[in-house]
Design a protein around this ligand. Structure first.
Ligand code: NAP
Ligand code: HSE
Length: 433
C-alpha cells in the first residue's frame, strides 16, 4: 500500500500496551492530527513478535513480524515502543540511518546508551524525541529540555514509577498484600514486561538518569544512579510510617551538590510527611517537583503509566517530529556540555528513620545516642515501646550526610545493646512543607 503523496509516514515498532493505543489514536484523531501537523499522518506498519495474533484497534493488514524491514524502510517517523535494549537499539539506529526521525518510550535504552542514539540522530540529521520515557502522560521532558533551557535547575524530586506507587498506595490504604498489589498493577498495564525493573527501582533509576541528564546538562546513565527498590519495604515499615504521620513513597532525586560542581542521582523508598504534596499522589499517578534558580519551584502531576496516557505523550512527540518534517526544522539535540561530576550518594544530605530492637536495660539509650554522636548525626525524635526484656526503639535524625547516616547504622549493628536493626529508611520533606 503506497502512502498519500504529502502524508507523513509513521512506522510503529511494538503493538502492545502502548503501541496498540498509539495505533488507535492515530486513526481516531486523524483529522485533528493532520490539521495540527499540516499534513496527514499515515501508519504504514506495526511490527510485533506474533503478527498472527489480532490486536484491538490495529488493522490486521498493518501487522508484521518483519521488524527490521519496517524499521529500515525509510518512514518519516519510526515509533519504538517494544522495550528492552536489543534489538530496539539496532532497529532505532537502522531507522535513523534510513533517514527516519525516531520517537521512543524506551527509558531503559535511553538511560543505558542514550549517547549512541543522540549521535546517530545528529549524524543522520533526524530527530530523537522521548517524552513518554519518563512519567507517562506528564509533559516533563519538554519543559526541562526547552522551557527551562534559560534557567539553572537545582533539584528534581518525585515519584516516577506508577507500579510501585500503586503497590505502596494499596499497602498503606488497604493493608494489601505486596504480591496481590503487584499482580493488579501488571493486569492494569502499568508494569514493565519484567516487573522486577519496577519493584527493584531500576525503572525509576533509568528515569532519574534521563531527568538528571536533561536538568544538569551532564551525561548520566543508569549505572550512575544509586538505586534501592521497594522489595525490602515491610508491612511493619508501612504501619510505623503511618503511626508517625508519614507515608512511604519510592522517590527519584537528582540534585546539584552544595558546591555546584557535581550532581547526585538517587532512587530509594522514603518516608514523606502525610501533609507533604507527594503524600497525596496515589495509585499509578506520578508527580515531579523541579526547583530552578529563577523559576523557583514547579510541580508536574498526572498519570505516570498505562497504555492511553503513555500514547498521549508518544503522539505529542510524533506531532513535533512530523511538524519538523513539514517545515524542514529540527528538534533539540544532546546537551551535556556542563559535564558535572556525578557524585556518590554518600554526599547527599538526608534524614533517616531507624527502627531498632534493643535490650531494655539502663545505659542502652546512651550507647545508642553515642553511636549517632560519633558520626556527627543529630537525633530529632526517639520513640520507645517496651515489650518483655526487649524494647522497640525508633529514632529519627536531623539532616546529615548519607555516608554519616550509613556509618551510624553500621555502628549500631555492632552494639551489644542492639539485638537487631529492624528497618532503616530515608525521610524526605519536613512536616508542614
Ligand atoms: P508490551 O505491552 O510488552 O509491548 C511490547 C510490544 O513490542 C509487543 O507488541 C511485542 O510483540 C513487541 N515486541 C517486543 N519485542 C519484540 C521483538 N523482538 N520483535 C518484534 N516485536 C517485539 O510493552 P509496553 O508496556 O507497551 O511498553 C513498551 C515500551 O514503552 C517499553 O519501553 C516501556 O518501558 C515503555 N513504557 C511503557 C509504559 C506503560 O505504562 N506500559 C509507560 C511508559 C513507557 P507481541 O505483542 O507480539 O509480544
Ligand atoms: N512500568 C512503568 C511504571 C511504566 O510503572 O511507571 C511507565 O514508565
Amino acid at each position: 500500500m503506497s502512502a498519500a503523496p504529502n502524508a507523513v509516514t509513521v512506522a510503529l515498532l511494538g503493538g502492545g500496551t502502548v503501541g496498540a493505543q498509539v495505533a488507535r489514536l492515530l486513526e481516531a484523531n486523524a483529522a485533528d492530527l493532520a490539521a495540527r501537523v499540516g499534513a496527514p499522518l499515515e501508519l504504514v506498519g506495526v511490527a510485533v513478535r506474533d503478527a498472527a495474533r489480532p490486536r484491538e484497534g490495529v488493522p490486521q493488514a498493518l501487522l508484521t513480524d518483519d521488524t527490521a524491514g519496517l524499521a529500515g524502510r525509510g518512514a518519516d517517523i519510526v515509533v519504538e515502543v517494544m522495550g528492552g535494549i536489543e534489538p530496539a537499539r539496532s532497529l532505532i539506529l537502522a531507522a535513523m540511518a534510513a533517514g527516519s526521525s525516531v520517537v521512543t518510550a524506551n527509558k531503559a535504552l535511553l538511560a543505558a546508551d542514550g549517547a549512541t542514539l543522540y549521535r546517530a540522530a545528529a549524524e543522520n540529521g533526524v530527530d530523537l524525541y522521548f517524552e513518554a520515557s519518563v512519567a507517562g502522560a506528564i509533559p516533563l521532558l519538554r519543559p526541562l529540555r526547552e522551557s527551562l533551557a534559560g534557567d539553572r535547575v537545582l533539584k528534581v524530586l518525585g515519584i516516577v514509577n506508577g507500579t510501585t506507587n500503586f503497590i505502596l498506595t494499596k499497602m498503606d490504604e488497604e493493608g494489601a498484600d505486596y504480591g496481590a498489589a503487584l499482580a493488579e498493577a501488571q493486569a492494569l498495564g502499568y508494569a514493565e514486561a519484567d516487573p522486577t525493573a519496577d519493584v527493584g527501582g531500576l525503572d525509576a533509576a533509568a528515569k532519574a538518569a534521563i531527568l538528571a541528564e536533561l536538568a544538569f546538562h551532564t551525561r548520566v546513565t543508569s549505572e550512575d544512579v544509586s538505586c534501592e527498590g521497594i522489595t525490602e519495604v515491610t508491612a511493619f515499615d508501612v504501619q510505623a510510617a503511618r503511626d508517625m504521620g508519614f507515608v512511604i513513597k519510592l522517590l527519584a532525586v537528582a540534585e546539584s551538590t552544595g558546591d555546584g560542581g557535581g550532581v547526585i542521582v538517587r532512587v530509594h523508598p522514603a518516608m514523606v510527611p502525610r501533609d507533604h504534596p507527594l503524600a497525596s499522589v496515589r495509585d499509578a499517578f506520578n508527580a515531579v517537583f523541579v526547583e530552578a534558580e529563577s523559576a523557583g519551584q514547579m510541580m508536574f502531576y498526572g498519570r505516570g503509566a498505562g497504555g492511553a496516557p503513555t500514547a498521549s505523550a508518544v503522539l505529542g512527540d510524533v506531532v513535533a517530529a512530523a511538524r519538523n518534517r513539514v517545515s524542514g526544522g529540527r528538534g533539540p539535540g544532546e546537551s551535556t556540555y556542563a559535564d558535572l561530576e556525578v557524585r556518590s550518594i554518600d554526599d547527599a544530605m538526608t534524614r533517616y528513620y531507624v527502627n531498632l530492637d534493643v535490650a531494655d536495660r539502663p545505659g542502652v539509650l546512651a550507647a545508642i545516642a553515642q553511636a549517632f554522636a560519633d558520626e556527627g548525626v543529630s537525633i530529632q525524635v526517639v520513640r520507645q515501646d517496651g515489650h518483655g526484656d526487649d524494647a522497640g526503639l525508633i529514632v529519627r535524625t536531623h539532616v546529615a550526610s548519607d555516608g554519616a547516616l550509613r556509618r551510624t547504622v553500621e555502628r549500631l549493628r555492632t552494639l551489644d545493646a542492639v539485638k537487631q536493626v529492624l528497618g532503616v529508611m530515608r525521610v524526605e520533606g519536613e512536616p508542614g512543607t
